[in-house]
Design a protein around this ligand. Structure first.
Ligand code: ASP
Length: 324
C-alpha cells in the first residue's frame, strides 16, 4: 500500500520564480503544482498543507515552534512529513524541530538552490527524494532529516556550505547518513546521539556573537543592557577569544548571563586546553560553558529551547554541563 505523506510548504526558493523587474520572489502556485506533480503520485499518497510562503530569512524561532506544533498535530494522520523550506535558515528550523518533536515518524526537510526559472532545476528532484525518504520504514527514529542532492543528512549535523551550488548541504563534521540511489533509500549510519528537549516554549532573548581578532566587549555590553539570558560566543579554534573581551565577559557573568563558547571553525570541538587569558581552560574556570561541536546558530537555538523549558539560568547550565 502507498504511504501517506504530507508536504508542508513554508516558502523559500523552491516556491519562487523570476518575475521581472522584481527579481526572484515567492510564487503562490507552488502548493497547487505539488498536488499535480505526477512523479509524487507514483511514490505516495500526497497531501499538501501551506504553513507559509516566506523567504527563509523571514523565518523566526517563534514560527519554528509553530511549525513544530503543526507537525506533532498533523503527523497522526500520515506516515511521514516532508517540509519545504528556504535554504538560508533551513538548518536552524530543522534543528529546532529535531530537538522538540515528539514523533518518531520520518520528518524530512528539503529545498532548492535554484528557483523555478533557472536551468537545471534541483527542487523537483529534491522533493521526490524527500518523499521517498519520508515513506521509507528505515527512516523512522532517526530524528529530523534533510534531503538535498540525493543525500540524507541529520538535522543535527547539516549546514549550508555554499551560497549557490546544488551540493551545498553537507555535514562537514560527521558526514551524511545515507543516499537515494537512484530510487532506493540507503542508510550508512545512525546518529549515536539524538538529542531531545521536549518543550513547545522558547525564550528568544539569546545572542550570538562571532569573535574576530582584536575584538572588544561592546557587543557583550549591548547584550547585558537588554537583559539577554545567554550569549553564544563563536570563538577561535579550540575555544579561545581575545583577552580584550574579558572585562565585558566578567560583567555578564556577574549578572548570571549564561555564556557558551563554540568554535568558529567549521568542524571540531571546543575543549579546555589553553590556560592563557582568553583561552578555553581559562574561560571554563570562570564559569563559561564549552559547547562541544555544535555551531553557533544551532547552539543559539538550543539555548532558546532550554530557557523555554527551564526558565532559569542554573537549570540551563546544569543541562548543558551534565547533558540532560
Ligand atoms: N533566500 C532563499 C530562502 O532561504 C534561498 C533559498 O530558498 O534557497 O528562502
Amino acid at each position: 500500500m502507498k504511504k501517506k505523506i504530507l508536504i508542508i510548504t513554508t516558502g523559500g526558493t523552491i516556491a519562487m520564480k523570476h518575475n521581472s523587474p522584481f527579481g526572484v520572489i515567492p510564487n503562490d502556485e507552488f502548493a497547487l503544482q505539488l498536488k499535480r506533480f505526477p512523479k509524487l503520485d507514483e511514490i505516495a499518497k500526497i497531501d499538501v498543507y501551506e504553513f507559509s510562503n516566506i523567504p527563509s530569512p523571514f523565518m523566526t524561532p517563534n514560527k519554528m515552534v509553530e511549525l513544530s506544533k503543526t507537525v506533532d498535530k498533523k503527523i497522526k494522520n500520515f506516515d511521514g512529513i516532508v517540509i519545504t523550506h528556504g535554504t538560508d535558515t533551513l538548518e536552524e528550523t530543522a534543528y529546532l524541530l529535531n530537538l522538540t518533536l515528539k514523533t518518531t515518524k520520518p520528518v524530512v526537510f528539503t529545498a532548492a538552490m535554484r528557483s523555478g526559472s533557472e536551468l537545471g532545476l534541483d527542487g523537483p528532484r529534491n522533493i521526490v527524494g524527500a518523499v521517498r525518504v519520508a515513506g521509507a520504514q528505515r527512516s523512522k527514529g532517526r530524528g529530523v532529516l534533510v534531503v538535498m542532492n540525493d543525500e540524507i543528512d541529520s538535522a543535527q549535523d547539516v549546514v549550508k556550505t555554499d551560497s549557490g551550488k546544488t551540493d551545498s548541504f553537507m555535514s562537514p563534521s560527521l558526514g551524511l547518513l545515507g543516499i537515494i540511489d537512484p530510487d532506493r533509500v540507503i542508510y550508512y549510519r545512525k546518529s549515536e546521539i539524538l538529542e531531545k528537549i521536549y518543550t513547545k516554549k522558547i525564550d528568544t532573548n539569546i545572542e550570538l556573537i562571532k569573535c574576530a581578532s582584536g575584538m572588544d566587549g561592546k557587543f557583550i555590553d549591548t547584550a547585558i543592557a537588554k537583559s539577554t539570558k545567554a550569549i553564544v560566543l563563536e570563538a577561535f579554534g579550540r575555544g579561545n577569544i581575545p583577552k580584550t573581551m574579558l572585562p565585558a565577559i566578567d560583567r555578564a557573568l556577574k549578572k548570571n548571563i549564561v555564556i557558551v563558547i563554540v568554535s568558529r571553525t567549521q568542524t571540531g570541538r571546543v575543549i579546555p586546553e589553553y590556560g592563557y587569558e582568553g583561552g578555553g581552560l581559562f574561560l571554563q574556570k570562570k564559569g563559561i560553558i564549552l559547547g562541544g561541536n555544535l555551531d553557533g546558530s544551532k547552539m543559539r537555538i538550543k539555548l532558546m529551547v532550554l530557557f523555554g523549558k527551564y526558565g532559569n539560568a542554573n537549570d540551563v547550565k546544569k543541562h548543558l554541563i551534565e547533558g540532560k
